[in-house]
Design a protein around this ligand. Structure first.
Ligand code: E4P
Length: 212
């Protein structure tokens, strides 16, 4: 299972990279909009910092314009993955990009049917948004389970990238379900490390050692 960091903040990426757990980055327009400065420079910097896939989303809504944006984005760095929303236009774009050998991340996936169609179109990754489904009273993790079953049933090579992860429990469950990759914000990554028994155990070891 790969772990990606869900951010466009270069300092956060460096912090996570130092822990040795991060194999890629996912951005989205909201995350890039929060960062001051030229977004292309930021993307270039992220791609230099991280060897693995860096997802960057197209903003256009029609296939020719999406393809034009994707062509520009892939010039930034060889590890760019084009994020495309799962709409009718997005599926056409994913298919075209697949035909041209360009990796894609089908984003804003909220149903197994959307993910299956994105996989058929040739998406490299599909990103089901767990937290946003939970936000509207649905079971985001059930979608991961359904996708793992369906993709296994038909031997689809598209990778399930669990996204919109809000908690350690989301991360744990997505890993148990066999998600191929999980993208998390830095706050969740830091929470994954913490355990009160580690802290109290360490305090006791040091206290005992001090008595020697
Ligand atoms: C994934 O690619 C998205 O950038 C992200 O996980 C969305 O998460 P959010 O629902 O917490 O904004």
């Amino acid at each position: 299972m790969k772990i990606f960091l869900d951010t466009a903040d270069i300092e956060q990426i460096r912090q996570a990279k130092a822990l040795g757990a991060i194999e890629g980055v996912t951005t989205n327009p909201s995350l890039l909009a929060k960062e001051p400065g030229d977004w292309k420079k930021i993307v270039r910097q992220i791609c230099k910092e991280i060897d693995g896939p860096v997802s960057v989303e197209v903003l256009a809504l029609d296939p020719p314009a999406m393809l034009a944006e994707a062509r520009d984005l892939v010039k930034i760095a060889p590890n760019i993955v084009i994020k495309v929303p799962v709409t009718l236009e997005g599926l056409k774009t994913i298919k075209e990009l697949h035909n041209r050998g360009i990796e894609t991340n089908a984003t804003l996936v909220f149903s197994a049917n959307q993910a299956l169609l994105a996989a058929k179109a040739g998406a490299t990754y599909v990103s089901p948004f767990i937290g946003r489904l939970d936000d509207v009273g649905q079971d985001g993790l059930q979608l991961i389970q359904d996708l793992m079953t369906i993709f296994r049933n038909y031997d689809l090579s598209t990778q399930v990238l669990a996204a919109s992860i809000r908690s350690c429990s989301h991360f744990h469950q997505a890993a148990l379900l066999g998600a191929d990759a999980i993208t998390i914000p830095l706050s969740v990554l830091l929470d994954l490390v913490r355990h009160p028994l580690t802290d109290s155990g360490l305090a006791k070891f040091l206290a005992d050692w001090a008595k020697k």
